[in-house]
Structure formats: C-alpha cells, structure tokens
Design a protein around this ligand. Structure first.
Ligand code: AMP
Length: 300
C-alpha cells in the first residue's frame, strides 16, 4: 500500500564534533521518504526553489519516490536549516531556519495521491500539515511529527491537529515542551488530555516508546558503533515505521510494535554519515541483518 508524505525538502548546513557541511540534502520529507521507500511506494508533497540541485531530484526519483506533488517555484529559494550538535548528540542547537518557499506554500494534492492509505505529516508548519490532511480520503493511518520550532511558534494549530491524527510523534524534550511537564509519563498523560489518540516518544540513542491508552511498548535503540551526524534520525525512524506498516497493510498492535523496531533500525543508517550518504545506499539485506542482530540483543 502507498505512503503519502508531506514535509520539508531542505538544504542543511550542519556542524557536529566530526565536521561541518554546507547546503547538503536534508529535510524531514527527504529522510522519511527515502527510508519508507525501502518498504512501500511513496508519494511526496513538498516545495523547493529553482536553486534545488537536479542531482537531488534524480536521487529521489531513482528511489522510486513519486514527485508529482513536489512543486518547483520559479526564482524561489529552497528551505534552509542550520544546526549544530555537541558531543552528546542530543537536541541540536538551531542556528537558522529560512523557510523561503515554504513560507507561502499552499499544497495541492494530486488526484492520484488522494487515496494513499498511509499518511505521514512529517515535520513542517502544522498549517501545511492540516491542509494536506483535509485533501485526502480517509487513510488507514495518519502519523504526524513536529519539532520545538513549531511547538513554540504554532502551538494552537498543532494542538488542533494532534486530535485529528492516529499517532502523534515527538521526542522526549518536545513532549516536555508541549505539555509543560518535567517527566515523560506526566507529559504523555497531558498530551492524551489534549486529545492525542496514540503517541510515540523518541528517545534518541535510547530508543522509542509507543503509548496508547491501554498499552505501552518500550524499544531500546540498536547498539551502533559510530555516529557522525544525528540529523534526520527522527524522520528516518518515522519513514521506516510507516513504510513497514504500509507493507503489512494492516494496523495491528503486533505490526505497530514491529514497525517501531524497523523505525529504530532505519534510523541507525541515517546517523552513520552526514546527510543521506549512508541511508541512500541501504539494501534490504542490510536492514534484515540489523533486524536479526536487534532480535538477539533484546531477546530474553
Ligand atoms: P530530525 O529527524 O528531527 O533530525 O530532522 C532533521 C531535519 O529537519 C533536517 O534535515 C532539517 O532540514 C529539518 N528541519 C529543521 N527545522 C525544520 C522546521 N522548522 N520545519 C521543517 N523541517 C525542519
């Protein structure tokens, strides 16, 4: 089954203790689509400027990602994000966010995308996410991500949106920021009170947790030897998660749990190098190898 993804397509400038890169391919929709494309066909909705390098478009097409919904604005400038990570690789410090073409983006979903069964509202302005949601025909699953930037600048819009999605995804510090609570459990309770149905709380190198009102599932992260750039880990997790569910075709408690593991595994490929250098080359064999190692690591 098909996955529809809306989110940022970006040129990132990133500094980590291992180096600095300028204007490299990034964006929530790019990481998540590339990750999901390992499991299911992907339809992308986004916007770029005329300055967006052709080689990046060719890369996404080569991954089989449908770009009919990606608008190229004449004379426009692509979204840019600049971030810096310290040694702990926790939340990056955002040095600059230039929305550029995203500031006035009014998404129109191509007719052939409207029946996509799985929808991922990747991190972007919640107003754009809401506009996409209003144009699709009852997907089987709606997953929605966000970040600190939107929690502080578009809080009311975000709270309205989270009631309409099936799973709301955020990292631990974002859950605390949104709820005003200092601990994860209280933060999750507060976000359920806002109207969320299910929540995934990402804990970076410590894995992820899936909360529904009746169940909690905790999955540690795969033990990775080398991390160079954590950018895109969350988006890659989400792409693997929803891509795997689309491949299964059914949203059951068991599939949701396995999808979390595939999300964790996919994220490990994003952080092993800058941009999508490693993720771009991942094969099904690589994924299954890490899945089997993960099983051994967590079995008792
Ligand atoms: P993450 O998976 O959380 O590490 O996401 C990293 C990606 O988010 C980067 O490639 C950025 O281009 C993108 N990004 C950063 N800030 C924003 C924003 N305000 N809205 C949408 N995407 C963003």
């Amino acid at each position: 089954m098909k996955v529809l993804i809306v989110g940022s397509v970006a040129l990132d400038t990133i500094k980590t203790p291992f180096g600095k890169v300028k204007d490299i391919l990034g964006g929530s929709a790019v990481y998540s689509s590339t990750s999901a494309s390992n499991f299911a066909p992907v339809n992308l909705v986004a916007v770029v400027g005329e300055d967006f390098p052709k080689k990046h478009i060719e890369f996404l097409m080569a991954k089989g990602i449908n770009l009919k919904g990606m608008e190229i604005v004449k004379n426009g400038k692509t979204f840019r994000w600049e971030g810096e990570y310290g040694w702990d690789f926790a939340d990056p410090k955002t040095l600059a966010t230039h929305l550029n073409v995203f500031a006035s983006f009014d998404p129109v979903i191509p007719a052939q995308y409207r029946d996509s069964e799985f929808l991922f509202l990747a991190n972007i302005d919640p107003v754009i996410q809401t506009k996409v949601l209003s144009q699709v025909n009852k997907p089987k699953l709606i997953l929605c991500d966000t970040m600190n930037y939107w929690i502080s600048s578009k809080r009311a819009e975000l709270i309205k949106l989270l009631k309409k999605v099936d799973i709301f995804l955020l990292n631990e510090s974002e859950a605390k920021q949104l709820s005003g609570e200092a601990g994860v459990v209280k933060a999750v309770r507060a976000i359920f009170k806002m109207g969320a149905k299910r929540l995934i709380v990402k804990k970076g190198e410590h894995g992820a947790m899936l909360f529904s009102k009746a169940h909690v599932f905790c999955a540690p992260a795969y033990l990775l030897e080398s991390v160079y750039d954590p950018t895109g880990a969350g988006d890659t997790f989400a792409g693997g998660f929803i891509g795997y569910l689309a491949k299964c075709g059914k949203v059951t408690e068991e599939n949701l749990r396995r999808a979390i593991i595939y999300g964790n595994i996919m994220a490990t490929f994003a952080v092993e190098d800058f941009s999508l250098r490693r993720l771009a080359k991942v094969t099904k064999k690589d994924i299954e190898k890490r899945f089997d190692e993960y099983k051994k690591l967590t079995c008792f």
